[in-house]
Design a protein around this ligand. Structure first.
Ligand code: HEC
Length: 221
């Protein structure tokens, strides 16, 4: 039936394009449905969490960790419900990753705690015998860049209409207010930690990277 088509490369190419385009639409269109984009309940990152996200990117955690749970039983059993597109509404850039040397971290906030992360980042093998993940001790003495995180939040609020300062959403306000809020959030996390240097730094009004990073990891749900 399609014999004539095989001798006409141009129309054959058009035919191939149409078939692939149609299959593409069937895959892509359902994702635009509201049900697959539950932005309800998805909140923008607080300034402290955003600073932690910057640490995550800076130290290339995404080189070994993905943030995308696929709809396979082995993954949903280990990591929780599979990822939906709306959950990335405030991820700029998204951190899906393409390599899984370590576990997926999309919902790590559901099953790991502040003190677990503290021990794990200081010395991974102290909580996971045989772990090949590197230690990140420098995060305990290096301070997070809260100012840049605030600048990013302010920018996405203005440019992309990210709903900061809306009812039920994180407050941003002025730099002074945002800094104060970040400091309060940091105090809460430091109070659950045992590292004395970190506690002292937070008491002095500083925010070590590890505190921001843990705020971010705890927000992954
Ligand atoms: C060289 C690869 C590598 C890098 C880089 C890396 N990790 Fe890992 N990570 C692993 C491996 C392997 C494991 C599994 C063993 C373990 O739990 O320590 C792991 C485990 C974890 C876990 C436990 C997750 C779970 O579900 O049990 C967390 C949290 C984590 N990493 C966070 C981070 C963060 C944050 C960074 C960046 C600061 C980072 N990792 C960088 C390899 C890596």
């Amino acid at each position: 039936m399609f014999h004539w088509l095989e001798k006409r490369p141009f129309f054959f190419a058009v035919g191939v394009f149409l078939v692939i385009a149609f299959a593409g639409l069937i895959e892509i269109v359902p994702d635009f449905a509201q049900a697959s984009r539950p932005t309800v309940g998805t909140k923008p990152y607080t300034v402290l969490q955003l600073a932690g996200r910057h640490v995550y990117i800076k130290d290339s955690c995404n080189a070994c960790h993905s943030q995308l749970i696929r709809p396979f039983k082995s993954e949903t059993d280990r990591y929780g419900p599979y990822s939906l597109s709306g959950e990335y509404a405030f991820d700029r850039p998204f951190l899906w990753g393409s390599k899984r040397t370590g576990p997926d971290l999309m919902r790590v906030g559901e099953y790991r705690t502040t003190d677990w992360h503290e021990n794990h980042m200081w010395e991974p093998t102290s909580v996971v015998p045989g772990s090949i993940m590197p230690a990140y001790k420098h995060m305990f003495s290096q301070n997070a860049d809260i100012e840049t995180a605030f600048a990013e939040a302010l920018t996405v609020k203005k440019v992309f209409n990210v709903p900061y300062d809306k009812p039920g959403m994180p407050k941003l306000g002025s730099w002074e207010e945002a800094r104060k809020q970040a400091m309060e959030d940091a105090k809460k996390i430091a109070s659950e930690m045992k590292n004395q240097d970190v506690k002292d730094a937070v008491a002095r009004g500083e925010i070590p990277e590890i505190v921001a990073l843990i705020a971010y990891l705890n927000s992954l749900r």
